[in-house]
Structure formats: C-alpha cells, structure tokens
Design a protein around this ligand. Sequence first.
Ligand code: PHE
Length: 475
Amino acid sequence: MILHKHEKQLLKELEKQEKAKIEELEMNPDSARRAAFWLAEKGLAIVEEKEDECFIKNEECERWSSKGFPEVRILKKDGESVAELTPEERIGLVWAKKNGWIEISEGKIKKIKDVSGYSLEEAAKNPKKASKEDLKVLIKRKLVVPQKSKEITVSITKAGRAEAKKITEISQEIGELTDEVIASGSWKNAQFRPYALAPTKDARIGKIHPLTRMVGKVKRVFMDMGFEEMEGNMVESAFWNFDALFQPQDHPARELADTFYLEGSEELPEPKLVEQVAKSHEEGWKYKWSPKEAKKRVLRTHTTVLSAQYLNKLKGTDAKKYFSVGRVFRNEAIDFKHLAEFHQIEGIVAWEGATFRDLLGLLKEFYRRFGFEKIRFRPSYFPYTEPSVEIEVYFEEREEWMELGGAGIFRPEMTKPLCDIYPVLAWGLSLERPMMLREDLKDIRTFYKNDLDWLRSSGVSHSEGFGRSGSDGNE
Ligand code: PHE
C-alpha cells in the first residue's frame, strides 16, 4: 500500500501507543490529524472525535496566576492611603472589599481578614479543574473565554498493525523531481510521491490571434515553395502604388473615394526610372503624365507596390520568386463585408521561362496546401496585367464558388521601366475572405473585435491554415 510520509509516521507511533490523542503524539498536530483521517479511510486506524471545552486565558489572567491576584496583593498595603493606588491596585481594592477582606476608613486600607490559598488563583492556573463559582467569576471578569473544541483520538486497527510492520524506515518522499535531486543522486534510494491527477475545467491557454497565425502559415507555405519575402512601407507615394504599375493618373481607383491620401508628399525615385514610367504612360495611355500627381502620399491600396519595388531592384535576368503578406488600406464604407484595412497575399515569379500555365499551376498548388482542391480561373482585368484572371475557390460547406483574388502576367509597359525580365507572373489574394468562410464568420469585423468567445473557439492553427482538415504544406 502506498502511504504518505505522515501516515507512516503515525502508524509507527500508534504501534507503540495503541491509542493516542492527536496532541499527545510526537508529530505536528496538523499533519497527524490529516494522516489519522487518511488512515481511517484505508481501514488502518479508527478516529474518534469528542466535543471538549477549553478556556482561553487573556494576558492579564496569565500574569496574575503567576504573580498573584491584585486583591491578594493589596492586603500588603494595610494602612496605606487609597488615593495613591495604581489602576491595577484599585481593581484589587474593589475585589478585596467585595470578598470582605478589607475595609476603607478615613481614606486608608484596613485589613480585616488574613487570606491564605485563594481558590480563584488556582482556578486561573487551571480553569478546567476550577469550581463552577470560580469559573463564573473568571468569565465575568473576562480573564478566560470558554471555547468548544474537538478532541481527536486515534487508535490502530489490526490491518494497521500489519501495515506498520511492513514499514521498515520512513524514507524521505520526493514530490518534485528537481535538477538538484537528479544531480545529487538522492533519487536512487528515495520514494516518489505518486501523482494525484486532478481534472481541471476550462483551462485556457494563451494563443496567437487567428489572423496572425494565418499570416505565419502563409509565410511558411511560400518559404516551403522557395519564395523570398518582400517588405515595405504602408505609407507610399502614388508613384509606387499606381504609376509604377502602369495605372493611368485618371484611373477611378486613384480617386479619393477609393484611396486614403495623406498630407504632404513623397520624393520620386531616380529620374531615369521616373522618365521611363512617364514615357510608358504617355505612349500607352496617350495623356500628359504629371509628376505632381505621382508625388502624392497614400496609404498603400495593395501590396502590388512591393512587387514593383522589388522588380526595380533586380539586376540582369536572374530568376526570382517573391511573396509578401501585408496590410493594405482602402477608403471603403465599413460593413459586415468590408473593412478599410485588410491583408493581401502578394507574389511574383520573375523568370523569362515562365508561362501563363505556370501561374495557374502555382496558384493551384498554393491553395491545395491549404486544403482547397477545387479552384478555377475566370478572365478579368487589371491595368498592369495581360492576360488577367480572377481566382475562385469552391467551398464544399457552402457549395459556392468564392472570388479570392486577382492574378496575371505583368504587362511589358509596366515591367520594362523596372527590370529586364519578361514575363513576370503576379498575383494578389485576400487573406481574410477564405478565413471568414472557413470560420463561418458572417461579419469581417469579428477579426478586429477582440471577441473572446470567438478567439477561444477559433480553429485556425499554424498547421491547419484555411482548411479545417489540416492539409499542412509540409507533406
Ligand atoms: N493588386 C490587385 C488587387 O489589389 C491584385 C493583383 C495583383 C492582380 C497582381 C494582378 C496581379 O486586387
């Protein structure tokens, strides 16, 4: 039988004494009491509880029972003046007079009786043995307070005796395996306390926000596919956000209703690049390109600005694959479907050998790694791509096709001023939309509401991604 250290100790004690009061054992009374009840439960001991009365003495009572009660001490002041007495002596005076031991005449103490052996003093020393009358006085004088208590007696059973025989030594029990225990080697001869596993309810652990987890997962998938990450600013010039993407300056997307313009203006990049972009616009779209319009400061409306910037950094015709996951901003009226800021998943493959089919295959592979097997492409339009497609994914749960983003091959009018590579495959996808559908969210604002219930129940994890079944990009 596995016994606690204190249970063993108590059994050993009872083996000697048969029956004992808790207080009389050579053990800490709290440990002994607990051990007694545990042993009783195992049938190794019997616990008896008896109501008992005890008395709690106050400080005065303790003092007086050793140095004498003031009414006894006052007898020594026979003949002295009452006026000079201390407060404690005055108490003595009152009680001595009440007892008929003294009288007061002409302001002086006059002893009329000798006292030897004052029973109240004995009673104060041991209230349990005091007479009823003395006890009453002690209580009335607030020298003692009676209190009910429980007296616990333990005795050993036959089974307890047999068990006690088996205990040869009370070894130190180890409750925690610390480095010290391992290093010292004390574990070799020690006994380990068995685990008591208590079920816990609703243990809530901290977790990362579903959107952040999703961003991590997307990064992981692109890294696994050999892509490098693009990074940049959220505040950009209209030049990089629009002009470098061959988006004409009178394009409706550039209007205030769609784009957040900020105060101030941005510097234009090196003149050679600006000149080539201007030329491309003027030849392609047939209008007078304005540097002032290009200097305007905006919150980026798409992460495609990064693709333009990274293409511009390319040297020669070495192939490159880039991705980014970042926040973008649009001047939208906010409702259950629209936010003024959201995330885009961007990517490019700059490789002269690339084809349109590679683009479609890549996107298919990307979504497959999130557990979407059924995806389709529909013709679309962007000022900077030709051909352009819209990507749709089939949601089994809803039996619905959903649009998730755009893609295409960057037009040479856009890439020529930036780099020497053509074609460049490109795409920009929504992060929030597929998550909403997978999480069955009716309102896109939920992502930013700090709704604890939703955050706790959200199923998106690093390994799950968009797909509930958890197709992980690593297979
Ligand atoms: N920038 C586009 C958007 O924001 C997406 C896109 C990126 C389309 C790259 C084609 C190529 O919707």
